[in-house]
Design a protein around this ligand. Structure first.
Ligand code: FAD
Length: 377
């Protein structure tokens, strides 16, 4: 067995390593991870950690048992694909197989004032300390992270304002019919839609109309981009993320990419997709490991993600397009209950449920079945 080097240190990295050992890889494995923490889970950071229910979110990962040489606090800086070498800030590492699992990095807005982002456990603990009763918190972006931060900040007694560029929270992701319903959940927040930020200063946020919104804490949650900067033209081909086929293989020999950093070919979607969801980062890992060992089958599931916000669990499966027909149902209390999207050719393309965890698996199967049926018509 040759040497496998895994660059990253999140869910995708740990799952690939476990899968490699399960598949009886006996050769050496090196994990190169920029953070100084052993791998941990990110979804609880904006939920349990931020409200104060938990301080740690460790992933099951035992370097001794898995026989992994773990290099924490070490950053990869490039790849030599010809000589199969990973360059790092602490020297070169030779590989036979390489896993790129460097995740994604938050996007920020201009300005010299302090803006917090939420990607790491250190970010979450720093933010939590500042979410004190009465603190004036300005959240930039009413997306998935913004909604979860707003939930935690209001629960901790902060005075929360959220600036959203779109017409309603998540209008871009889910469409206005659904977003208008979600907006009702934000009643404890000064939510300002159709509003944009020019820059962040020390004393607050300047909007594009020139006005200053004073703030004690500014949190930016306007999305992430795959962490590919360190490759800067030295590794496999990239577009938005590292391009792979449906087996997680890049166009460089012996290199796979998995998780938020990857832009994987999806036969289902007919294009390369960046998913940025927990389920995909974990699920694709077994395929990436198998691909390194030369026996993979394609990975192309119906996409799935969830979000916990304002006391509700949103779950979404599938992928809808701009021309799909949307059908919204409400509960007896007028709360958003389920949403379905149907493509112009009649296939069920996506399903969203609010507080309906038991419906998730059947819904995911229904979306998968429907796509297959309509594809064969
Ligand atoms: P990551 O978990 O980002 O791990 C990548 C690691 O690589 C990082 O530790 C990084 O420091 C390291 N790294 C980066 N560059 C280098 C380098 N050059 N050298 C060495 N190491 C490097 N998804 C959902 O579906 N539902 C949710 O509710 C949800 N909530 C979330 C809440 C938060 C606050 C966050 C941040 C994410 C959430 N997600 C959620 C998304 C989910 O956590 C990610 O999809 C998942 O963590 C991706 O795993 P990954 O291993 O690909 O990347």
């Amino acid at each position: 067995d040759g040497r496998v080097v895994v660059v990253g240190g999140g869910l995708a990295a740990t799952r690939v390593i476990s899968a490699l050992r399960r598949k009886k890889l006996t050769g050496p494995i090196d994990l190169i991870a920029a953070e100084r923490h052993l791998p941990y889970d990110r979804p609880p950071l904006s939920k349990g950690v931020l409200v104060g229910d938990k301080d740690a979110t460790s992933l099951p990962f035992d370097p001794t048992k898995l026989e992994v040489s773990t290099h924490l606090g070490r950053t990869a800086t490039g790849i030599d694909v010809t000589d199969r070498i990973v360059r790092t800030d602490q020297g070169d590492v030779r590989y036979d197989g390489l896993v790129i699992a460097t995740g994604a990095e938050p996007i920020t807005v201009p300005g010299n004032g302090r803006q917090l982002t939420l990607r790491t456990i250190d970010d979450a603990l720093t933010l939590r300390k500042r979410l004190t009763p009465g603190a004036r918190v300005v959240i930039i972006g009413a997306g998935w992270i913004g909604a979860e931060v707003a939930t935690a900040a209001t629960a901790r007694g902060c005075s929360v304002t959220c600036i959203e560029f779109g017409q309603a929270p998540l209008a871009n992701a889910l469409g206005i019919e659904v977003a208008d319903r979600l907006a009702t959940w934000w009643s404890g927040v000064d939510l300002r839609c159709d509003t944009a930020v020019r820059e962040v200063l020390d004393d607050g946020v300047v909007l594009t109309d020139g006005s200053l919104l004073p703030a004690d804490v500014v949190v930016t949650g306007i999305g992430v981009r795959p962490a590919i900067g360190w490759l800067s033209g030295t590794g496999p081909s990239t577009d938005r993320g590292v391009l792979t086929d449906e087996f997680c293989r890049t166009d460089a020999p012996g290199i796979v990419a998995v998780g938020d950093v990857a832009q994987r070919w999806s036969p289902r979607a007919g294009r390369h997709v960046v998913t940025e969801h927990w389920d995909d980062a974990g699920g694709a890992a077994a395929t990436a490991a198998a691909a390194l060992l030369g026996d993979a089958s394609p990975y192309d599931p119906v996409p799935y993600f969830w979000s916990d916000q304002f006391g509700h669990k949103i779950q979404y499966v599938g992928s809808h397009g701009p021309d799909d027909t949307v059908a919204v149902t409400l509960s007896d209390h007028g709360v958003l209950d389920t949403v379905t999207w149907t493509s112009p050719d009649g296939a069920l393309s996506a399903w969203l449920g609010v507080d309906r965890p038991r419906d998730l698996v059947p819904a995911r199967m229904a979306v998968g079945r429907s796509a297959a049926e309509y594809a064969s018509v």
